[in-house]
Design a protein around this ligand. Structure first.
Ligand code: PLP
Length: 457
């Protein structure tokens, strides 16, 4: 199949010659060129060779409503015709930005009534650091400077966001911000198998208390966390974890930033991930699914406590992006939220899709190379092992993940590998039958992976 100007082979050659991709081993990509995605329909993506794949990753956690939403297209197109751009600096605003700010304030429960727009999750987390610092300065507590974060958290790729993130290999490639400190991830399978999930959840939360004891609450500005760590491997924490974390946060005057870039907008079965765990954020990061991936948009929702201080005086807040509140991006988000509300997307995930999907996903636990299964709402992860009891891996570190990822593609399914975990996050508009087909292909890929490593069932 050819695209408008080039054959598939020409495109792949040009891609390798000129295009440096995010999070890619460039030497490796020269040997193993990728796929050019040309078209998509509903939950299927189609590459430049005409091969079709069920998209088990919703794009990159963003196309929660799938790829066929003409209302969003129409909203963006209409907005580009009327007002393609105007900035929100200098006492100006635009209609979609205003309407989206109001729509988000209505969507979120109290006390979230104010929003600051960015173009991405990374920029939103940079903005969080600026807001947190400003908040404590305005309150006359300038010593509160440190920000606590977690290993294997993902918060984006600007210098600040990558510092907040918890990946050592990334930290090794630049100078991280000195005021960000990391605590352990609540990954029972990796760190806690010698205790019960409940006890491990408490112990993992108490890592926050240890950090507070070490650095002093007077020096700690904020704690940032994803309700469920997504890019770190869909690390669903034990049920005991969040209540204990919240108890510790409440006991010390530390702001809590809930990074909802993946968990927000229905992924966990609630509208926002923090609602699945009854935690109490002061700031909320959003991006990705807010526009269904149709336009780049992110932002921070501020609780009244923060907004009141920020708007109480103290001069200009010296922060913002040219495209903060871009009219076309905001129009896409408004259309997305409207579809979500009208179709009852979040309720459908909670009541129908998640129970069905999680039952099928957990059933993969009986496969000979699956050592552990995690999941919540409409996402999940499985650990690939050779030996279920010891957790011995199938090959070199991350080798089984790479093999299984390719086996998924061979079976027409996009799943992602994080080390030796396979992760899935299907669009929230799948039918039961489509979820069953995703799971059938996932099992076939597991069979192929087991065969590759000589494990029989
Ligand atoms: C993707 C992601 C980000 C970064 O968003 P970008 O739009 O890629 O900058 C931040 N936080 C979480 C939890 C994410 O998954």
């Amino acid at each position: 199949m050819t695209t408008s100007h080039s054959t598939s082979a020409q495109l792949k050659a040009l891609d390798r010659a000129h295009h440096l991709h995010p999070f890619t081993d460039y030497a490796d990509y020269r040997q193993q060129p990728g796929r050019i995605i040309s078209r998509a329909e509903h939950i299927t993506i189609i590459d430049s060779d005409g091969r079709e794949y069920l998209d088990g990753m919703s794009g990159l956690w963003c196309c929660n409503l799938g790829y066929s939403q003409p209302e969003i297209v129409a909203a963006v197109s209409e907005q580009l015709t009327r007002l393609p751009f105007y900035n929100n600096f200098f006492q100006c605003s635009n209609q979609p930005a205003v309407e989206l700010a109001a729509a988000l304030a209505e969507l979120l429960p109290e006390p979230f009534n104010q929003v600051f727009f960015t173009n991405s999750g990374s920029e939103a987390n940079d903005t969080n650091l600026r807001i947190v610092r400003r908040y404590w300065d305005l309150l006359g507590k300038p010593k509160k400077r440190l920000v606590l974060s977690r290993q294997y958290g993902y918060h984006g790729s600007t210098i600040a966001a990558a510092s907040l993130g918890g990946f050592d290999f990334v930290h090794g490639q630049f100078e991280t911000l000195p005021y960000v400190k990391h605590i352990q991830a609540p990954n029972w399978y990796a760190y806690g198998r010698d205790s019960s999930e409940h006890d491990f959840g408490i112990a993992a939360a108490q890592q926050l208390q240890h950090a507070i004891n070490q650095y002093g609450a007077d020096n700690i500005a904020a704690f940032i966390a994803e309700p469920v760590q997504g890019a770190g491997g869909v690390i669903v924490p034990p049920a005991s974890y969040w209540p204990e974390l919240q108890r510790i946060l409440d006991a010390h005057d530390i702001l809590f930033i809930s990074d909802e870039v993946i968990c927000g907008f229905g992924r966990t079965g609630e509208m926002f991930g923090y609602q699945s765990y009854q935690s109490k954020p002061d700031l909320i990061t959003f991006a990705k699914a807010v526009t269904n991936g149709y336009q780049p948009l992110g932002g921070v929702m501020l609780s009244d406590r923060i907004a009141e201080v920020l708007t109480s005086g103290g001069g200009e807040f010296g922060h913002g992006f040219t495209y903060s509140g871009h009219p076309a991006a905001c129009a896409a988000a408004l259309a997305t939220l409207q579809i979500m509300r009208r179709e009852g997307i979040q309720q459908n995930v909670k009541e129908r899709l998640a129970p069905h999907f999680q039952a099928g996903w957990r059933a993969l636990g009986d496969h000979p190379i699956v050592g552990h299964v995690r999941g919540l709402g409409l996402f999940g992860s499985i650990e690939l092992v050779r030996d279920k009891a010891s957790g011995e891996r199938l090959g070199r570190d991350s080798e089984a993940g790479a093999v299984c990822r390719q086996a998924c593609l061979d079976h027409g399914l996009v799943m992602r590998a994080v080390g030796d975990s396979m992760i899935i996050a299907p669009p929230l508009v799948c039918s039961h039958a489509e979820l069953d087909e995703l799971l059938r292909r996932a099992r076939a890929a597991l069979d192929a992976t087991a065969a590759h490593f000589g494990v029989s069932g």
